[in-house]
Design a protein around this ligand. Structure first.
Ligand code: NAD
Length: 279
């Protein structure tokens, strides 16, 4: 059977864990070649061995490689995109790397250096990824290409547990992605934002730790009674990356179990969560 991304070349940033790692695995299963990009060399090595055990080389048609990339450094992004020139050129970029800093807070609490760092990674990183993707698509004469930028549901609803820099950065991702989508629509380059709900990944769970009150304050808002799993985001990314979504452009693609549409949520046990592929 031909994969849904057969023959396509993809870059995934933030590929060492969470959504990025799950997406890498699914992309390989669907026939893509993937460059896993992340700031953590150690994280990439661990992630690559996981990928090779879940999707062994004998079962895939595409290749997988890793590259240490700081998305806030334009020359790193440019080099990562250029790396795929030898593969036939970039078709898909998933600008997914992002941080949510523990020192982030309300307008009084958030230090300026944390604000700047968050913007540099979460916003500039997405800009650089989008910019060099467009250059590569043009360089290789691509007529169909897909850019998926990770925003967050916190860019759509307010929260009384503020992370001002993070929220502002994700709002910028939505606005920037929408504009890029319109600018490049007639070239066949699609841009969509992914808006995940709070997830069961280290980014959030390490920060919540054992604090039951902090956890409950968030969990109660989920209609399904549970946080999302990274693999549930990855499935959405595969759709947005593939030609199946050829008429889906400029969307705030919300994958949140209904959270942003809920007022009072049901009681009772939570639904069963799917297992992450790298678990
Ligand atoms: N986890 C959540 O609850 C949640 C909710 C909404 C949106 N998101 C967003 O989803 C994306 C992925 O998050 P995740 O939950 O998979 O987190 P994660 O922490 O598991 O993965 C993030 C990855 O990004 C990498 N990274 C950090 N800074 C980088 C940089 N400067 N350059 C390159 N790589 C860098 C990290 O090393 C890590 O591997 C982020 O943009 C995040 O803001 C997460």
């Amino acid at each position: 059977m031909v994969g849904r991304l057969e023959g396509k070349n993809a870059i995934v940033t933030g590929a060492a864990g969470g959504i990025g790692l799950e997406t890498t695995i699914l992309m390989l299963r669907e026939g893509a070649s993937v460059l896993m990009a992340d700031i953590s060399d150690e994280g990439l090595n661990k992630a690559l061995s996981k990928v090779n055990s879940v999707v062994p080389a004998s079962t895939r048609t595409g290749k997988v490689e890793t590259k240490v990339v700081d998305v806030s450094n334009e020359s790193h992004i440019e080099a990562a995109v250029a790396h795929l020139d030898a593969w036939g050129g970039l078709d898909i970029i998933f600008n997914n790397a992002g941080i949510m800093h523990p020192k982030d807070g309300d307008s009084e609490e958030c230090p300026e250096d944390i604000w700047d760092r968050t913007m540099n990674i979460n916003v500039k990183g997405v800009w650089y990824g989008s910019k060099h993707a467009v250059r590569a698509f043009r360089r290789h004469g691509k007529k169909r290409a897909s850019v998926i930028n990770t925003a967050s549901m916190v860019a759509l609803v307010g929260a009384a547990t503020p992370q001002l820099a993070y929220t502002a950065s994700k709002g910028a991702v939505l606005a920037m992605t929408r504009e890029l989508a319109i600018v490049h629509a007639r070239e066949g380059f699609r841009f969509n934002s992914l808006c995940p709900a709070p997830l069961n990944t280290p980014l959030l769970q390490d920060w919540l730790g054992d604090d039951k009150e902090k956890r409950f304050r968030r969990e109660v808002h989920f209609p399904t009674g549970r946080f999302g799993e990274a693999v549930e985001q990855a499935h959405a990314v595969i759709f947005l990356a593939s030609d199946e979504s050829s008429f889906v452009n400029a969307t705030d693609f919300v994958v949140d179990g209904g959270l942003t549409k809920a007022y009072v949520t049901p009681e009772g046990p939570a639904t069963e969560a799917p297992k992450n592929l790298a678990a």
